[in-house]
Ligand binder design. Structure first.
Ligand code: FO1
Length: 344
């Protein structure tokens, strides 16, 4: 079975670990978000690609969900002693090595996809990890910065890099818009469209629908390829009981005008047209969206009818990735729903 997964960072990586356990013989291609990438200390940092690579390759800091296990911060401390920051972004010594290798290879002219493949030679994640694009795309967030001098609390409005919004400001300021800068001119990386066209199933893990999956879908050609693929597209809600399972997805959902509920996120992705050859295709049923199926957590069982009414097959199952068994069970539910869609 060929499975394509659109993955962000921690949620995507943990889900992939469960998927590999649930479908050990599957051929899994991961299309990774690169909108979170940032240049720091003269180096190219790709947080989501690295989170997937380290998580599946056994090198992740399990508590944090990002960065390396057994990490030290000597280089960062030395840089700080020279007054070189930013101090708010925690790059560890082991992690620095990855960014040095990546930056060297990019400077030598290799595209990010080839560099990622080379890094994965070491980590052997057991999936094919492709960046969504070899072109530079950076997610920026339009925010209002607090103005301590203002009685109204209305401060300066500006666009900042996603990492500054997420890590430095901890999403604590109002976000008005999320813009994947450069996406409109970008091309999917080699292998991305081919993997989608050949997929038996496409999965949206419980990753951030705006800044992770949404950014991947913003690369021209990817959304269209998924809609045209003829494979069931199944998503898992990152929202459980009206709050993100982890992270601050609710903040960026508000910025794009989507309510923080499992049903609203499903409607945001939209209902796909039935697979070709199926009843409903001829009648033009379904929408211009992407989803054939959507899993919500058991606590959101009340949302099932609403999602189904939007034309998306929906099931309520446990969606907390508490351990590998629970995560593998989620992946099995997603694959079973894909089967149900195919058979209907
Ligand atoms: N997240 C933090 O909350 N604080 C950090 O200092 C931080 C550093 C960092 C370094 C490398 C890396 O690969 C990821 C890192 N992250 C950090 C995680 C990252 O900011 C995000 O969670 C994602 O980009 C969202 O997926």
């Amino acid at each position: 079975m060929r499975i394509v997964v659109l993955a962000g960072g921690i949620g995507g990586a943990r889900f992939l670990r469960g998927l590999k356990a649930a479908a050990p013989d599957a051929d899994i291609t991961v299309i990774g978000n690169t909108g979170d990438d940032i240049h720091l200390f003269g180096l190219k940092v790709c947080p989501d690609l690295d989170t997937v690579m380290y998580t599946l390759g056994g090198g992740i800091n399990e508590e944090q969900g990002w960065g390396r296990a057994d990490e030290t911060f000597r280089v960062k401390e030395e840089l700080a002693a020279y007054g070189v920051g930013p101090e708010w972004f925690g790059l560890g010594d082991r992690d620095f090595a990855t960014h040095i290798v990546r930056t060297q290879m990019l400077s030598a002219g290799y595209p990010l996809s080839a560099v990622t493949e080379a890094l994965c030679d070491r980590w052997q994640p057991g999936v094919r990890l492709l960046p969504m694009s070899d072109d530079r795309i950076e997610t920026h967030v339009a925010v209002t910065l607090p103005d301590s001098g203002s009685a109204t609390g209305s401060g300066e409005r500006k666009a900042i890099h996603f990492q500054e919004y997420w890590v430095r400001l901890r999403a604590s300021v109002p976000a008005h818009a999320v813009v994947p800068v450069g996406a409109d001119q970008a091309k999917p990386a080699p292998g991305v469209l081919e993997a989608i066209a050949e997929a038996d199933v496409v999965l949206f893990p419980p990753s951030n629908p705006v800044v992770s999956v949404g950014t991947i879908l913003a690369v021209p050609g990817i959304r269209e390829a998924i809609a045209a693929a003829g494979a069931p597209v199944i998503g898992l809600s990152p929202i459980v009981g009206d709050a993100p399972v982890r992270g601050m997805a609710d903040k960026v959902l508000a910025a794009v005008g989507v309510e923080s509920t499992a049903a609203a996120v499903a409607r945001h992705y939209g209902a796909a047209r039935p697979l070709s050859g199926q009843e409903g295709q001829e009648r033009g049923e379904g929408g211009a969206g992407l989803l054939h199926g959507w899993l919500v957590d058991s606590v959101d069982a009340g949302a099932v009818d609403e999602v189904a009414a939007a034309g998306i097959r929906c099931r309520a199952v446990p969606l907390m990735m508490t351990d590998l068994d629970a995560t593998a069970a989620m992946a099995r539910e997603a694959l079973a729903l894909a089967e149900e869609v195919r058979a209907s």
